[in-house]
Design a protein around this ligand. Structure first.
Ligand code: ZN
Length: 73
């Protein structure tokens, strides 16, 4: 599944809580020659902890270890 850009209409419809205004409604902010996005902490679409594909198939207790500490700050 492709995740829509933070703040875009498609993302907001899927439950994104990032700021539409701060992300120019999904177009992002030009920064150092790149496009940056503000990710709101706790956004279910963009701040959700990601598990690399190779994690799939590991034992359940492994997943608990990796999912429990919030991914660091
Ligand atoms: Zn978001």
């Amino acid at each position: 599944m492709v995740v829509p850009m933070p703040g875009s209409e498609a993302a907001l419809r899927r439950g994104c809580t990032c700021s539409a205004a701060d992300n120019a409604r999904g177009n992002g902010i030009p920064r150092d020659g790149k496009t940056a996005f503000w990710i709101t902490k706790g956004c279910p679409l963009h701040d959700a902890p990601r598990q690399p594909p190779e994690m799939k198939g590991f034992a359940d207790d492994f997943a608990d270890d990796f999912g429990g500490d919030g991914g660091g700050e």
